[in-house]
Design a protein around this ligand. Structure first.
Ligand code: SF4
Length: 454
């Protein structure tokens, strides 16, 4: 039987899709890229923004249409939206299976049960805030071993989950209600997994957690984990996302300064420059505490690269509040920053208690203004690379190819990233994917550095 997979959402979801696909391949299914050829359609969903959920509903509308002529196709919806909307999704004509993010090890069984049956299948958490049982955690841990770095289209790179869930309850965010409580994986399991990945040629691991720096397993901290992973032979770069400002312990910065394998890159969302809005967001820090944190990081790790996130148009955000975000973004000097327009999520505190009172036009205009400021900052920072040589892990070829300097031979255009997460584009042979190369930068835009291999 053939499976077709559609994934929405973040890196954590992409990791889950990798595990799910491999569990199906091991069970004898084949993968197809054509939905029209699929016997089973797997949809990995995201609930973080309304738009992501709308896209899933629109795909389900399309599948309902396809099912009129091919009624035997099995449609399984899994991930965050499956946990959030369980019964609503199950009642839809197109859907055969609903499976929560903590139940993905069961997905193959659910599909096998659904074959030839009219009975719909569902497996989600009854009380998502209840800590998963030891048995469930063990099952999830075993399932992590399904990860196949060859599947993620980034040669020599792998993503490794170090924790599940989140306990922060930022007032706008649905994650604690769909991915459950924060649970750190045992360090020995993470280390054994990374050792195995290194043996298969993985050179860069990216550790994933909703608040990765909050990692703690029986007193074994995130800094301890970084220290142990950096001892693994074959692993050359260690990255991690996403960080929560409040949970930074100075030892993490010291580890970054001392251990050459830890990439000097941090993604630390600020979300707002206004203390009033930060309080309403339940973020537990002020803008000056946030700036102090960045200053400390830069003191201990002078060449650290920092990226951020902001939300504009949060309920009650006045022009004065927004101007505080403008000031903060100017002061942070991020390498890049993701800027989102507030989108109310059902079941969150912000949606329950606050009215979404900022008109879309204002949200759009604030979004554009912050983006323009960040673009200028990014362009300036990127310009400072011109003439310098950077080390890059090659990700692969870009879709475009172009002529080399002589104008005679066509090379593919390669894309790679530095340890600081700068995107670098240069000419080179496609078989360099997964290797480290040095590139001298001769041109820069706000998003990309361009250069030639040395
Ligand atoms: S830290 Fe806040 S924004 Fe991040 S996943 Fe947890 S609740 Fe959501």
């Amino acid at each position: 039987m053939k499976i077709f997979v559609q994934t929405y959402g973040c890196q954590m979801n992409k990791l889950d899709t990798n595990l799910v696909v491999n569990s199906f391949l091991q069970a004898g299914f084949e993968l197809t890229e054509q939905v029209g050829q699929a016997d089973v359609v797997l949809i990995n969903t995201c609930s973080v923004r309304n738009h992501a959920e709308e896209r899933v509903l629109s795909l389900l509308g399309h599948l309902k249409h396809i099912k009129k002529t091919r009624p035997n196709i099995i449609v399984a919806v899994f991930g965050c939206m499956a946990q959030r909307l369980k019964d609503d999704l199950l009642s839809r004509e197109a859907v055969n299976i609903v499976c929560g993010p903590l139940q993905i090890p069961e997905l193959v069984n659910l599909v096998n049960n659904a074959v030839g049956s009219i009975q719909k299948q569902s497996d989600t958490s009854g009380d998502i805030r209840q800590k998963p049982s030891q048995e469930q955690l063990q099952e999830l841990d075993n399932f992590e071993q399904m990860y196949d770095s060859a599947e993620n289209n980034l040669p020599a790179q792998a993503y490794v989950r170090v924790m599940h869930g989140c306990d922060k309850f930022c007032s706008y965010c649905v994650v604690p209600y769909v991915r459950g409580p924060e649970v750190s994986r045992a360090p020995e399991k993470i280390i054994a997994q990374i050792k195995k990945l290194a043996e298969t040629g993985v050179k860069q691991v990216t550790l994933l957690g909703q608040t990765v720096n909050s990692y703690c397993y029986n007193g074994f901290s995130f800094a301890d984990l970084l220290y142990e992973i950096s001892k693994i032979n074959g692993i050359e770069w260690i990255k991690f996302v996403t960080c929560y400002p409040k949970d930074f312990d100075e030892r993490i910065f010291k580890t970054m300064a001392d251990l050459p394998k830890i990439c000097r890159y941090l993604h630390i969302p600020a979300q707002s420059g206004s203390d009033k809005i930060l309080k309403a967001m339940n973020r537990h820090y002020t803008s000056s505490e946030y700036l102090d944190l960045l200053q400390k990081a830069r003191q201990i790790v002078p060449d650290i690269v920092i990226a951020g996130d902001f939300i504009v148009g949060f309920p009650g955000e006045t022009e004065e509040d927004f101007q505080k975000s403008v000031e903060l973004i100017k002061m942070t000097q991020y390498k890049n920053c993701f800027i989102f327009k507030y989108s109310p999520r059902p079941g969150t505190k912000a949606d329950d208690k606050l009215s979404d009172n900022i008109p879309m036009e204002v949200k759009k205009q604030r979004n554009t203004e912050l983006l323009a400021i960040q673009e200028k900052i990014s362009a300036e920072i990127n310009k400072s690379f011109i003439g310098k040589t950077v080390k890059v892990l090659v990700e692969g070829t870009s879709k475009k190819s172009h002529l080399d300097e002589t104008g005679k031979k066509e090379y593919p255009q390669l894309i790679g990233r530095t340890a600081g997460d700068y995107i670098v584009v240069f000419n080179g042979s496609a078989d360099l994917a997964g290797r480290f190369v040095k590139v001298q930068i001769d041109r820069a835009s706000a998003l990309t550095l361009f250069g030639a291999m040395v």
